[in-house]
Design a protein around this ligand. Structure first.
Ligand SMILES: Cc1ncc(COP(=O)(O)O)c(C=O)c1O
Length: 381
C-alpha cells in the first residue's frame, strides 16, 4: 500500500483542517461573510510577516505571480535593479527585471553558498543609483538561506528598496518585516503556509508605498494601488479564490495556535535532525554551513543515480523527494521539511532515504541514519 508523504520544496503536505476548510460551501465574494474572512486572513498575515505597519495583499497566483507583481509595482522606466543570484529563483528576479526593460546588475553567488552582505555593499558602491535590490531569503534550488537581517541596513544606507522573495522562507525561518526594515516581502501558499498552491502574499511597507504610488511600469491586474484601495474595504479588486482564502484562515489559525517562534524552532529542529541523519549515512550536504531549514539538499553519491531512487520511492512507496533542477539535475536529492511536518515525518523521510540508497547499492547500514535522527528528536523534558 502506498501512503503519500510530500517531502518536496513545495507543494507541501496539507493538514486535514485546512483541506476541510477549503471544502466548505461556496459563498459570494461581495458579501459581509466573505469580507469578514478576508479581513481576518489579511490581519493574521501581518502576524506571519511580523508587521504592524505594512499592508499584506493576497494574490490569486503562484509565487512567480507575486514576483512579477513586485517588479511591475516598485520599478519605473530607466531604473536600475541589483539582483542576488544564487540559484534558479534569484535568476528569476533577474529575468523578470529584464523582461520589464530594467537595467539589471547581478551578484552571482557560487551554488551552495549564501551571498556575503559586503558584496552587496561593493556592488551598490560600484554602480550608483540602484533603485531596488532583489534577493531571495531561501534559495530553494540549492537549499541556501541568505542573511536578510544583515543585508537590509546596507541596502537602506544606499537609499534603495529591498524586495525579498521569502516564498519558502516565511513560516520556516525568522523574517521580521518591520524590525529588519524590509520594504517588500512575498510568500506563496504551498510552502510554509501548509496550503495547496494558488495564493501568494505580498507585504509592503511605507517606504515602498511612496515609490509604488509614483512607479510607471505598466500594470493592471497586479496593481498594488488597486489592491490597497480594496483592502481598506475588506475585499479584492477582482474575484478572489474564495475556497483558498477560507483554507488560509484555517492554516493561519494553526500557525497562531503554535506560535510563530515555535514554528521557526520546530523547523530548525527538524532540519537539524534531517541533516545529521543524512551525514550519519555518510552523505555530503550541498549547502553546508549555509543550509536553510526549508529543505535538506544532499549531494548525489558518486555512481548512484539519485533520480532513479527518487522515482522508485515516489512510485512504489508514495514518499516524494525531489532532485536537482537544470544544471543540478542528477546531482542532488532535496528533502523538503517545511510546513505540516513533525518528528515522525522526519523518521519516515530518513527511513525512505536509507531504503532507496540501500536498494540502489549504496553501502548504507539500514538504521544508521534513523538511529541518529531518533537520538536527536527524543528528549526527557
Ligand atoms: C524561493 C522561491 N521563489 C520562487 C518560487 C516560484 O514559485 P511558484 O512556483 O509558486 O511560482 C519558488 C518555488 O519553488 C521558490 O521556492
Amino acid at each position: 500500500m502506498k501512503k503519500n508523504y510530500l517531502f518536496t520544496p513545495g507543494p507541501t503536505m496539507v493538514p486535514p483542517e485546512v483541506a476541510l476548510a477549503e471544502a466548505q460551501s461556496m459563498i459570494h465574494h461581495r458579501t459581509p461573510q466573505f469580507s469578514q474572512i478576508f479581513y481576518e486572513v489579511s490581519e493574521d498575515l501581518k502576524y506571519l510577516f511580523q508587521t504592524k505597519a505594512g499592508d499584506v495583499f493576497t494574490l490569486m497566483s503562484s509565487g512567480t505571480g507575486a514576483m512579477e507583481a513586485c517588479v511591475a509595482n516598485v520599478l519605473s522606466r530607466g531604473n536600475k535593479a541589483l539582483v542576488v543570484v544564487s540559484g534558479k529563483f534569484g535568476e528569476r528576479w533577474a529575468e523578470l527585471c529584464k523582461c520589464f526593460g530594467i537595467e539589471t546588475i547581478t551578484i552571482d553567488v557560487e551554488n551552495g553558498k549564501a551571498v556575503n552582505p559586503q558584496d552587496i555593499e561593493t556592488a551598490l558602491n560600484k554602480t550608483r543609483g540602484i533603485n531596488v535590490v532583489f534577493t531571495t531569503q531561501c534559495e530553494t534550488s540549492t537549499g541556501v538561506v541568505h542573511d536578510i537581517k544583515s543585508i537590509s541596513p546596507i541596502v537602506k544606507k544606499h537609499g534603495a528598496l529591498l524586495v525579498v522573495d521569502a516564498i519558502t522562507g516565511i513560516g520556516v525561518h525568522q523574517l521580521l518585516m518591520d524590525e529588519w526594515n524590509i520594504d517588500v516581502a512575498i510568500t506563496g501558499s504551498q510552502k510554509g503556509c501548509m496550503m495547496p498552491p494558488g495564493l501568494a502574499f505580498v507585504c509592503v511597507n511605507n517606504s515602498a508605498w511612496s515609490v509604488i504610488e509614483k512607479a510607471d511600469l505598466p500594470r493592471y491586474y497586479w496593481d498594488f494601488r488597486k489592491m490597497r484601495k480594496e483592502l481598506k474595504d475588506k475585499t479584492t479588486p477582482f474575484t478572489p479564490a474564495v475556497s483558498l482564502v477560507m483554507a488560509m484562515k484555517a492554516a493561519l489559525d494553526m500557525i497562531k495556535k503554535e506560535g510563530i517562534e515555535n514554528v521557526w524552532k520546530r523547523h530548525a529542529r527538524l532540519a537539524h535532525a534531517t541533516r545529521e541523519g543524512a551525514k550519519a549515512l555518510g552523505l555530503e550536504l550541498f549547502a553546508g554551513e549555509y543550509a536553510s531549514n526549508v529543505l535538506t539538499a544532499i549531494k548525489a553519491p558518486t555512481g548512484i543515480d539519485v533520480d532513479k531512487i527518487i522515482k522508485k520511492l515516489r512510485d512504489e512507496t508514495g514518499v516524494t523527494f525531489t532532485g536537482g533542477q537544470d544544471e543540478l539535475k542528477g546531482k542532488m536529492i532535496r528533502i523538503g521539511h517545511m510546513g505540516y511536518v513533525n518528528d515522525f515525518d522526519i523518521i519516515v523521510a530518513i527511513a525512505a532515504l536509507e531504503k532507496g540508497l540501500y536498494e540502489a547499492g549504496y553501502p548504507v547500514e539500514p538504521g544508521k541514519g534513523l538511529s541518529k535522527v531518533q537520538s536527536l528528536l527524543v528528549s526527557k523534558k
